[in-house]
Ligand binder design. Structure first.
Ligand SMILES: O=P(O)(O)OC[C@H]1O[C@H](O[C@H]2O[C@H](CO)[C@@H](O)[C@H](O)[C@H]2O)[C@H](O)[C@@H](O)[C@@H]1O
Length: 395
């Protein structure tokens, strides 16, 4: 990706393909009143004009996806922690999944074979990767052991966290200054400053930290801030009567959680989000783990954020760089895809269930992620020790 030469805003101008087909499927019943005024930043009517039946089809697709993010549990492995929300271990499925996406722990030798004499860069998702999935998003804490491990990783490799949460929120959870952070699915990045790189992009602001370090703030969806705030307020209001619903403002995107909502209310929650978005053709919704994520329609995602950070780090088009991205949900697929298609590194999917992915390897849960990161650190330490010994013997 050459951000430098294009200087094109990632904001797309005409996001909604107009499909005129009418399939005549009736929509679900609304149990709430839509706000009279669509709000200052919305553009009423443009989605509605595509026909309500088309909306119904789209909505039904949403409902399927909402259900798909919550597959039924079958056989639970022993020793599961009851406080951890989603341990959907099905042993048979998991074993067949491992054939397609081998364990990164079992394949560690193979991985370091590729890493030898390369600069390894580490990209980490937060929820479900560094912290276990729990019922309350405010309580998704990472363990001290994981924090210590991530700190060691950052000592040896350039390391960034790329999360759907707001950048401030993910920093408050991780609390490590040694890393780079990208919040709101990569739409809010704090990265290193590099002259003559994508940092010259118009959406980049360079500034100097209090310790004197020059850094770059990149926010490609800045113009959406008031719109996102407005949508957040609306979604908060119209879901407040649904028990268990939770709406989070992540600055450049909004999360609507239904993990704690009774399944027979999922239609209502999906329908309300869907109806609000009819008034905002420049926003779309994606599916995470029992969460609908409302975000700007811009050509920017976690994959683009990886490319941006690699370029900022001076690691973009080198054959001697091996980026590794570890993540657990659909939004991480954009990053896996960038690495797979560019044949430049690989993704590791954190999952205990069978899934289709652009990743190459898998890890079952954050505990395995921590083991993998520790193996990487130990390997790097040994490499450095070997080089040190070789250097001394040559003196
Ligand atoms: O990109 P990520 O760092 O993985 O963030 C994705 C979403 O993570 C959070 O929600 C998820 O984790 C919660 C805590 O374990 C869980 O309760 C929820 O069901 C999951 O969807 C976060 O709250 C969302 O805003 C992020 O978009």
């Amino acid at each position: 990706m050459d951000l430098k030469s294009s200087h094109v805003s990632p904001v797309l101008t005409d996001p909604i393909p107009v499909n005129k087909s009418r399939l005549g499927i009736h929509s679900g019943l609304l149990t709430y009143s839509q706000p009279d005024s669509p709000g200052k930043y919305s553009r009423t009517g443009s989605r509605k004009s595509a026909g309500s039946s088309l909306d119904d089809v789209r909505f039904n697709g949403w409902l399927d996806a909402m259900k798909a993010s919550s597959p039924p549990r079958k056989k639970l492995l022993k020793g599961s922690n009851p406080q951890v929300a989603s341990i959907d271990y099905d042993i048979d499925d998991y074993l067949s999944f491992m054939v397609d996406y081998p364990s990164a722990l079992d394949s560690f030798e193979k991985i370091i074979d590729r890493a030898k004499s390369k600069k390894v860069a580490i990209f980490l998702d937060y929820d479900g990767t560094l912290s276990p999935i729990v019922d309350d998003p405010d309580c998704a804490f990472m363990s001290e052991a994981m924090r210590t491990t991530v700190r060691s990783v950052a000592r040896y490799f350039p390391t960034a966290i790329i999360s759907g949460r707001s950048r401030d929120m993910v920093f408050d959870l991780v609390k490590l200054t040694e890393l780079y952070y990208a919040g709101s699915h990569g739409m809010d990045i704090i990265g290193p400053f590099r002259q003559n790189s994508s940092n010259n992009h118009p959406n980049c602001v360079k500034f100097t930290e209090h310790q004197g370090k020059e850094i770059t703030l990149f926010q490609p969806a800045r113009e959406f801030l008031p719109m996102i705030h407005e949508v957040f307020t609306t979604l908060l209001e119209i879901t407040k009567d649904i028990k268990g619903a939770k709406v989070e403002n992540h600055k450049f995107c909004v999360s609507v959680h239904y993990r704690n909502v009774e399944e027979n209310n999922w239609t209502a929650i999906g329908q309300r989000v869907h109806d609000v978005l009819k008034n905002y053709p420049r926003l779309r919704s994606t599916h995470g783990r029992k969460v609908l994520e409302v975000r700007p329609v811009i050509d920017w995602d976690k994959g683009k954020a990886v490319e941006f950070l690699l370029e900022s780090l001076g690691l973009n088009d080198c054959d001697d760089v091996l980026p590794i991205y570890i993540g657990d949900d659909k939004t991480d697929e954009d990053a896996f895809k960038v690495l797979r298609e560019g044949n430049r590194g690989f993704g590791i999917l954190v999952s205990s269930m069978k899934k289709q992915s652009n990743a190459f390897y898998s890890l079952r849960d954050p505990t395995e992620v921590m083991k993998f990161l520790q193996l990487l650190v130990n390997w790097k330490r040994q490499e450095e020790r070997k080089h040190g010994e070789k250097y001394m013997s040559e003196l």
